[in-house]
Ligand binder design. Structure first.
Ligand code: GDP
Ligand code: MG
Length: 149
């Protein structure tokens, strides 16, 4: 299986509720490798670009308002099959349907505030990583444990 990279974001509700550490710990303990991370306020244009696929949806305005309402914590994680695995770790989009043990299942309540974003496919991951991070914010380094995971 190929090594992949994915874009993960702790949304403003996760930052406000002090869940950054819990979210990162799940990815670390799973065996994924952090190569970029930053706390930031999201410019409206970036939020609109990020969620461009939803621009015609009735909830688009609400979604952009929410993502720009407070700081987010943006991350890039690397690992075997990380894109699909991260989506499984996040749980279903609607926290009411997300299984216990998943991030949204454990912490989320509503569709609007569902704690976390994760890229949904290789093309999306590439697009989102480029949109959110400059090359010099991504750090390539080795861990000695790599051969075990
Ligand atoms: P995701 O890939 O699992 O995040 O889900 P989608 O790409 O379908 O939607 C993007 C984000 O829009 C979701 O994470 C939700 O925060 C939000 N969203 C999706 N559907 C709704 C909705 O019906 N109402 C509201 N308020 N937000 C929604
Ligand atoms: Mg999506």
């Amino acid at each position: 299986m190929a090594k992949q990279r994915t874009f993960i974001m702790a949304k403003p509700d996760a930052v406000q509720r002090n869940l950054i550490g819990d979210i990162m710990q799940r990815f670390e303990r799973k065996g994924f490798h952090l190569i970029g991370a930053k706390l930031m306020n999201v410019p409206r244009e970036l939020a609109e670009e990020h969620y461009a696929e939803h621009k015609e949806k009735p909830f688009f305005g609400e979604l952009v308002d929410f993502i720009t309402s407070g700081a987010v914590f943006a991350m890039v994680w690397e690992g075997e099959n990380v894109i699909a695995t991260a989506r499984n770790m996040m749980g279903k989009t609607n926290p009411a349907e997300a299984a216990p043990g998943t991030i949204r299942g454990d912490f989320g309540i509503s569709m609007g505030m569902n704690i976390i974003h994760g890229s949904d496919a290789p093309e999306t991951a590439e697009r989102e990583i480029t949109l959110w991070f400059n090359d010099n914010e991504l750090h390539v380094y080795e861990k000695t444990i790599n051969k075990w995971i």
